[in-house]
Design a protein around this ligand. Structure first.
Ligand code: ADP
Length: 471
């Protein structure tokens, strides 16, 4: 089957979060399973672009409202990622340093989607599936069906995966001129709550809609940033499929970012060696249990409860634990997390920013990973942590609920709590601190976690079944 994934992110080309990880791995495993999966994404100015060789695949032009633009599709020459990778180059619009965060993001991703469809329309054959990811690609199913320019694609099946329903790509009606002319009887498909809502539009127009865990799918019926009724109405075509993780990239016995490799057999020693590197670099005690947080510093991740929780836990444990935070996001959350470094020297430290290499070292070095998330569609951090023998401390929500079993339950290996509050998190840290004293239990939890198979191999088949159901 020929599947074209359309996405704003793909690891290692460009990644801001879980979307990048998924689009960097799922197509690779689909190819291994015998499909012909491709990825098309914007050409940003990233390291990957300059480090690899490219050939021009297509040159075209299109309109974005009144603006007539040229674009080029380049293809990575060597299949280095295990699938065909295409980048869309639109001069001055996409070729920038960051993925998101520009005032003209709506125009950027509209032009990207139009360029992708113009390119796909030029193919002599049709792909079996166009698989779109998140709101930056969410108008594609509508445009394929109802825009006159893309009539050739109207019978191609579409799948839309929601990695995060909080972000919907809202547009004003004044921006509707950016969308190529469509059949005006279908205007209602673009609309939600008085504006153009790309995410809602994709839920209405795609042949199948998936989210990245079963529990998140259920939660969206009651908490979907205004789209609850739509999820209820369209539930017949919506399915929750838990993300996998790329075991080739996330393997503590081969991870290129680690100086000390380890496996289940030598997990205690291996983790301690990595802990020594991390703690020495950041001035933390190598003998105390190490609690870490990795992620976007935003309300969704309940990151604002970290300063109070960490300060209280330091007080409660009489400074018997170390804490480290890696992340970036809202300034009002970043700031206190930076200030605390001076308040708790030798006990707490942080790296405010994005650092892929450091994240790998932290998963390998830490004893416990904190995830108090308010919303967690799937969550990959807890799965990476478990694979590296780090006990996840998670709020019971979305994918965290589907992947972590509390140590108090049968065959449990993690620590779970119910509220995204400092009180719940501090209590969970105290449970963890007592586990750390019991080396036999800690070893057992690590061994159990490290044997869990969250690989993509198991998940690829579920996507294949979805594709077959709509072909
Ligand atoms: P989300 O997509 O909501 O941000 P996920 O748990 O699905 O959350 O994926 C987060 C991914 O991004 C993980 O691979 C995690 O290691 C990575 N990540 C998040 N923040 C950082 C950071 N500051 N530095 C390095 N990696 C990060």
């Amino acid at each position: 089957m020929e599947i074209v994934h359309v996405s704003a992110e793909c690891y290692p080309v460009a990644k801001a979060g879980g979307l990048g990880d998924v689009v960097g791995a799922l197509p690779k495993y689909q190819c291994k399973a015998g499909h012909q999966a491709k990825v098309v994404m914007p050409m940003y100015r990233t390291k990957f672009l300059y480090a690899n060789e490219w050939v021009v695949d297509f040159k075209g032009n299109a309109n974005l409202g009144d603006w007539f633009f040229d674009f080029t599709i380049i293809k990575e020459k060597t299949n280095i990622l295990g699938f065909d990778l295409y980048l869309v180059d639109i001069n001055s619009l996409l070729d920038r340093d960051k993925i998101y965060g520009y005032e003209d993001d709506t125009e950027r991703f509209m032009a990207f989607q139009i360029a992708v469809l113009t390119w796909l329309s030029s193919w002599e054959h049709r792909p079996n599936i166009v698989h779109c990811h998140d709101h930056q690609t969410a108008l594609i199913p509508f445009m394929m069906r109802h825009c006159f320019n893309f009539k050739q694609l109207s019978r191609v099946s579409t799948v839309f995966t929601i990695h995060n329903a909080q972000y919907q790509g809202w547009m004003n009606w004044s921006q509707s001129i950016l969308i190529p002319e469509w059949d005006h009887y279908k205007t209602g498909l673009l609309e939600w709550n008085g504006g153009i809502n790309p995410l809602a539009c994709a839920i209405k127009c795609a042949d199948k809609v998936t989210t990245v865990s079963k529990s998140y799918m259920e939660e969206l019926h009651s908490d979907a940033n205004g789209l609850e009724a739509l999820f209820e109405f369209e539930k017949g075509k919506c399915v929750g499929i838990l993300n996998g993780i790329d075991n080739d990239v996330w393997d503590a016995s081969t991870d290129a970012y680690l100086a000390h490799h380890f496996s289940i057999k030598d997990v205690t020693e291996g983790k301690q060696q990595n802990k020594e590197i991390l703690c020495t670099k950041y001035g933390l005690d190598t003998q105390k249990p190490l609690f870490v947080f990795i992620g976007r510093l935003v309300g969704e991740k309940a990151a604002e409860i970290l300063p109070e929780s960490i300060a209280t836990a330091i007080f409660n444990t009489n400074s018997a634990a170390s804490f480290f935070v890696l992340g970036s996001g809202q300034t009002e959350i970043e700031w206190p997390l930076q200030q605390m470094v001076h308040e708790f020297p030798g006990i707490y430290n942080s790296y405010i920013g994005y650092n892929e290499a450091l994240s790998h070292l932290i998963y390998a070095a830490a004893d416990f990973l904190l995830m108090p998330s308010r919303v967690e569609p799937c969550g990959l951090n807890q799965m990476y942590a478990m694979r590296y023998g780090t006990v996840p401390i998670v709020r019971r929500t979305g994918g965290l609920k589907d992947t972590v079993v509390d140590m108090g339950d049968e065959n449990g290996y993690g620590i779970c709590f119910n509220h995204a509050s400092a009180a719940d998190l501090v209590y969970s840290i105290s449970r963890a601190a007592s586990v750390y004293q019991d080396k036999t239990q800690l070893k057992k939890m690590r061994t159990t976690m490290m044997q869990i198979d969250n690989s993509w191999e198991l998940t690829v088949e579920k996507y294949s079944n979805i594709y077959h159901s709509i072909l």
